[in-house]
Design a binder for this molecule. Structure first.
Ligand code: ADE
Length: 501
């Protein structure tokens, strides 16, 4: 491989040397550590350029990082470690040829591209996670299977930061910038190495600053798929018979939710609607088609609907830890510190920024409508559904409007906007930092309206930092135009993460 790279692309030799050559250049000094727990911000380093353009695209071999089971005849099943050559790239689903040990083609079929990784690259190290920000990193390290000392190396999203070594310590992450000068890599000035691999190996047997030795590489989370399968990408109406219901996750005014399976394989959440008579079939289909196009890491993916008979089903991705409100009120939630709470608030703001950018309004943003997965990944659920499913209820019965979460102009004049969502986001922040308290507890809906109109606002929850409370208050400005945009809230909360850690 090295030979081949040398011949075909001599200019990449230096890069090859840096990444893979492992003559140890440790000067043996393990003096007092410098202050290496850097505060690292985020931006754009071109990972593609760093790693992915090494050999020519077509000839490169890919390796499966996770196993995958085919769901239809076009798809190709594979196991972790299987090797592939890519035949064609079509969005998230690639046509790939599975190879045997001598490179002969065993089978060809469609595979999810994010289950594969380039075989030649440093990205194959189990601890290398590529481009990743602090928020994602914390969520990976906090996944239950990782013990203290679990670590990863990532490429910061912040300009000029480069590689960062992140280590799990108790229920937190410590981040160490990996400095690079000439052909040396180091975290502590007194201890440099010829490669990142050497650096990692060294700290697997020696302490690093305030952290004990590195433990096991952070477990790589199997990526969640954005669709049930390639064939269902454009098929959002699916037969009910493909779904089996398992246990009930919750019930509400509008729907009951079950955990279930698609074709006995893929875990999904199944929402069974109650108000079928009030739904206009055509409007429902049109709106759902729009919702299916909204794709973001912090929004629940809508997979399909089943509307050929009542009751209608809405099929979405399944989130292991259930809704944020119940989590906050549980013993597990009660133990979450300000860093994780702020991290979760940031993720919600991130999902809402996407909706804002796509001119989509949620209308029912609240902790009960945020779902939580492994590593405290938070996703906004039920966006857009308020209008198509809940509106008939809102119209017929005022009591079902989520008064305490709804902005004044929406309650009084029916004017919903991204800015009324921002008001609700302020209440959601209150729920997060009060570990799931009921807002305006002891006051009824009418009373809340009166109080809000006369200028009253919720007090800061106990132990809520003043800079977070200021953000909440800005969301409750009387005039919608005086409230911040989600984009601003997202960047403020990112700053706050640095202040609470
Ligand atoms: N409760 C409601 N929707 C859910 C989902 N998608 N995953 C897990 N729990 C849920």
């Amino acid at each position: 491989m090295e030979e081949c790279l040398n011949r075909s692309c001599p200019c990449l030799r230096a890069l090859w040397e840096r990444i893979f050559k492992s003559e140890k250049k440790n000067d043996g000094l393990e003096g007092k550590s410098s202050n290496v727990d850097e505060r690292i911000a985020d931006s754009d380093l071109d990972l593609e350029e760093r790693y992915k353009t090494l050999p020519s695209e077509e000839s490169s071999v890919y390796v499966a990082l996770w196993a995958f089971e085919a769901r239809d005849k076009d798809e190709l099943s594979f196991n972790t470690g299987d090797r592939f050559r890519i035949v064609r790239r079509e969005g998230d689903w690639w046509v790939a040829a599975k190879l045997d040990a001598s490179g002969r083609v065993l089978a060809t079929g469609v595979v999810p591209h994010n289950f594969l990784e380039r075989a030649e690259s440093v990205t194959l190290q189990p601890w290398f996670f590529g481009k990743m920000n602090r928020i994602d990193c914390l969520s990976h390290l906090l996944t239950g299977q990782n013990k203290a000392g679990a670590f990863l190396v990532r490429v910061s999203e912040t300009d000029n930061v480069g590689h960062v070594l992140s280590v799990k310590v108790k229920n937190k992450a410590k981040h160490f910038k990996i400095y690079q000068s000439e052909n040396e890599f180091y975290v502590e000035k007194t201890c440099s190495f010829a490669s990142i691999l050497d650096l990692v190996q060294h700290y697997q047997s020696h302490p690093l600053a305030s952290v004990d030795k590195l433990g096991k590489p952070c477990v790589k989370r199997k990526p969640k798929q954005q669709d049930l399968s390639r064939t269902t990408v454009d098929m959002w109406e699916l037969p009910k018979e493909d779904f089996t219901l398992e246990n009930k996750l919750g019930n509400g005014y509008f729907a009951d939710v079950y955990r279930g399976k698609w074709k006995n394989q893929t875990q999904v959440a199944i929402k069974i609607l109650k108000n079928n008579d009030t739904l206009n079939q055509k409007t429902f289909h049109m709106e759902v088609e729009v919702l299916k196009q909204l794709r973001h890491n912090h929004l629940i993916s809508l997979f399909a609907i089943c509307t050929s008979s009542t009751p209608y089903y809405i099929i979405t991705e399944y989130m292991e830890k259930g809704n944020l409100l119940d989590l906050l009120r549980s013993p597990e939630g009660n133990a979450l510190d300000l860093e994780i709470l702020t991290n979760m608030a940031y993720q919600v703001a991130d999902g809402m920024t996407y909706l804002e950018d796509h001119n989509s309004i949620h209308r029912d943003l609240a902790a009960r409508n945020v779902l939580v997965g492994e590593g405290y990944v938070c996703k906004v659920a039920d966006f857009g559904l308020a209008r198509i499913i809940k509106e008939p209820f809102y119209m017929s019965n005022d009591l079902k409007i989520p008064f305490k979460w709804t902005a004044l102009e929406a309650l009084e004049l029916g004017i919903f906007s991204n800015k009324s969502d921002v008001w609700s986001f302020g209440i959601l922040l209150y729920e997060i930092y009060s570990y799931g308290a009921i807002p305006y507890s002891g006051i009824n809906n009418k009373g809340v309206l009166k109080e809000i109109k006369s200028g009253y606002r919720l007090p800061a929850p106990p132990k809520c930092p003043s800079f977070i409370y200021e953000i909440m208050q800005s969301c409750w400005s009387e005039q919608p135009e005086d409230r911040p945009a989600f984009k601003w809230l997202k960047s403020e909360l990112n700053e706050c993460i640095n202040r609470v850690t």
